[in-house]
Design a protein around this ligand. Structure first.
Ligand SMILES: C[S@@+](CC[C@H](N)C(=O)[O-])C[C@H]1O[C@@H](n2cnc3c(N)ncnc32)[C@H](O)[C@@H]1O
Length: 214
């Protein structure tokens, strides 16, 4: 889908919340989610670098990374309930698989300057603005949670999606590749099998704070 162009992102609501997000960005402030919130906070707050993979699907790659790098804490975010339920029993103690919308988690759950690596592997090239993952709001949220030496890594076989991401991360310097094991994500296996090109970027946040303080 080389000619994909992003839909216009939905404007935030008057109170600054993101629209289109599963359950709303204030979801995990609600008492009924207090238990999962406490578990996530404890997992994220424990010692060790934190890596987050957005949209891990079957989770093969993420589970392999977690076993391969036991000193890193691996948080996987995926909105498909069944995928999470199937993968979660196989997660080692340094890996937490959570059925949650990454837009909410980055905006309202993760603490500032905590995350060493964000992996975004083959995000869906959607035409629905409510489902659009990569937006200025997500970039601002990633910037908020990245550690000073942290980086965001993105791979896609959709050139238009790569161009969209490159524009969103314009001004972010190139960064060294994050930990990368031999197990490929499902989509990357398809690309390798079918000889499809894969476009990648790995960036760190610019040093100066954004003008709006985000
Ligand atoms: C095209 S698939 C790619 C799956 C996998 N990363 C790969 O490389 O094969 C995109 C995945 O992201 C998940 N996803 C989409 N939007 C998401 C969001 N806002 N938060 C978490 N996961 C999301 C989808 O459910 C799907 O599993």
């Amino acid at each position: 889908m080389p000619d994909w162009t992003p839909p216009e992102p939905l404007a935030p609501t008057a109170d600054g919340k993101l629209r289109g997000v599963l359950g709303g960005t204030a979801l995990y402030d609600q008492p009924r989610h207090a238990e999962i919130r406490a578990r996530v906070d404890a997992f994220v707050g424990a010692d060790g670098p934190l890596a987050v993979e957005i949209g891990f699907d079957h989770g093969m790659r993420l589970l392999d990374h977690a076993r391969r790098w036991p000193d890193i804490r691996w948080l996987g975010l995926e909105i498909r309930k069944r995928r999470v339920a199937a993968a979660a029993p196989h997660a080692p103690p340094n890996c937490f698989l959570w059925r949650a919308d990454a837009r909410t988690v980055f905006t309202a759950v993760l603490p500032p300057a905590r995350v060493s690596w964000v992996y975004i592997l083959f995000p869906t090239p959607t035409d629905n603005p409510r489902h659009l993952l990569l937006s200025p709001a997500l970039v601002a949220a990633i910037r908020r949670v990245l550690a000073p030496d942290g980086a965001v890594y993105l791979a896609t076989d959709v050139q238009g999606l790569h161009d969209h991401a490159a524009a969103l991360f314009d001004g972010w310097p190139d960064a060294p590749s994050p930990p990368m094991g031999p197990v490929l994500s499902r989509r990357e296996r398809v690309c390798a099998r079918d000889g499809l090109p894969v476009y990648r970027l790995c960036r760190r946040a610019p040093e100066s704070p954004p003008a709006d303080g985000a």
